[in-house]
Design a protein around this ligand. Structure first.
Ligand code: GCO
Ligand code: MG
Length: 404
């Protein structure tokens, strides 16, 4: 069997998505997600100019060999652009292997270890009453785990919190230039424990609560937040400090038993080696789309399993349905699964991507279609052209740029 075509499809049905489509000489196709929010076209070029020409003529069954060929063969290792490209190739090859075998990808990974995949959804509110209403709605919809983000008194805007309905895009990358937002750590640290108390009081002890700090604290501030949230028994706090500083987690860990999650910006096992082997985190958030595909993510998850670290993959709306499907297959199979982020997708994405994953109450399932269970309608994709969009960034009151 040979790959005869490697095609990159850029489409923006609600958000920009970059999809790699591989076709074999037997007419089997496979999809991979190469979306890198705000830097999409860099991955398009990496794939079109440097990877697709190397794939034509290769045997699509040799997934591991292709991974090693693209990773070791390039000389330049790691990095978000190259690893998103390798991930797309890897996931597309797993999709093909599943279709050739007539099996869903999770079966190729050892079969289901659980009936379904526990997901957490996003809930945001500009103030506590709005947040509580929306948590109630999520609970009514069957979710057992929610990520709660609330507006910060004194700040005009808080990332992840808008007046938009939760079903719309509300973590926007919607400006042609990055929008500037004000950040105030003191106001944030003051507000979060009160928000947590209100949610816990209203919804009781069983609901899983998660919170994303988006890398904005110093280690000692993060330690203080972790301590302050201990009475409310969070499932995790996420990205408390800039994630590239693995040592920072030692300090946080010394001070709090609130579980810690990080890794959505990582793209290789080397980025999380210290965090995992020194048990500095509880959940590893690397994703199929940004950390080298199913092949590499499974390697990271296996390392994590050795050290009692569970999985908690990144699953935002800026990763395409192809990535979500791939994540669900892996989540269903691995022994140390923790939770899967499920932000959902907004806008007319379903015109373009046909999916077979489902949610029943708190659990999702990837479905039993051969391969990943996702197809792309290229004609529909062409109707939604690329739109330059950037995430916002923050400045402090004195004008200096703050960590994301
Ligand atoms: C998450 C992420 C998102 C990111 C987004 C950036 O936990 O889902 O932090 O909130 O901001 O994925 O592209
Ligand atoms: Mg996050």
């Amino acid at each position: 069997m040979k790959i005869v075509e490697a095609k990159v499809i850029v489409t923006s049905p609600g958000r920009n998505y970059v999809t790699l489509k591989l076709t074999t000489d037997e007419g089997v196709t496979g999809l991979g997600d190469a979306t890198l929010n705000g830097r999409e076209l860099a991955v398009v070029s990496y794939l079109r100019d440097h990877v697709c020409p190397l794939l034509v003529g290769r045997d699509p069954q040799r997934i591991e060999d292709t991974w090693q060929y693209l990773y070791k063969g390039a000389y330049w290792r790691r990095g978000p652009v190259g690893m998103a490209a390798i991930a797309a190739v890897d996931v597309a090859l797993w999709d093909i292997k599943g279709k050739v075998a007539g099996l869903p990808v999770y079966q190729l990974l050892g079969g289901a270890s659980r009936d379904g995949v526990l997901v957490y959804c996003h809930v945001h509110g500009r103030d506590v009453p709005e947040l509580l209403d929306r948590v109630a709605r999520a609970v009514d919809e069957g979710y057992a785990a929610v990520r709660i983000q609330a507006g910060i008194p004194g700040l005009d805007k808080t990332y992840g919190v808008t007046d938009a309905d939760p079903d719309e895009v509300y973590e926007p990358a919607d400006a042609a230039r990055p929008e500037e937002q004000l950040w105030d750590t003191a106001a944030y640290l003051e507000s979060v424990p009160a928000v947590a108390a209100a949610v816990r009081e209203r919804f009781g002890p069983a609901l899983h609560l998660l919170h994303d700090v988006h890398h904005r604290l110093t280690p000692i501030e993060a330690a203080r937040l972790g301590q302050a949230l201990e009475p409310y028994r969070f499932f995790w706090i996420e990205d408390p400090t800039p994630a590239e500083d693995q040592d920072a987690f030692r300090l946080i860990r010394q001070h709090t038993v609130t579980p810690l999650a990080t890794g959505e910006v990582f793209n290789s096992i080397w980025d999380c080696q210290t965090l995992i082997t020194e048990r500095l985190i509880d959940y590893i958030r690397t994703s199929v789309g940004h950390a080298g595909g199913i092949t590499h993510l499974r390697r990271i998850f296996d390392l994590a399993a050795l050290y009692g670290v569970k999985t908690g993959s990144h699953g935002p709306g800026d990763l395409s349905p192809v990535s979500l499907a791939a994540a669900l297959h892996l989540d269903l199979a691995v022994p140390n699964f923790g939770i899967q982020e499920y932000m959902g997708h907004a806008g007319p994405w379903a015109d373009v991507f046909k999916t077979s994953y489902t949610r029943r109450g708190p659990l999702m399932h990837p479905g039993d279609e051969p391969g990943l269970g996702v197809e792309i309608d290229e004609e529909a994709a062409a109707a939604y052209g690329y739109e330059p969009r950037y995430l916002p960034y923050s400045r402090l009151r004195d004008g200096s740029i703050h960590d994301w």
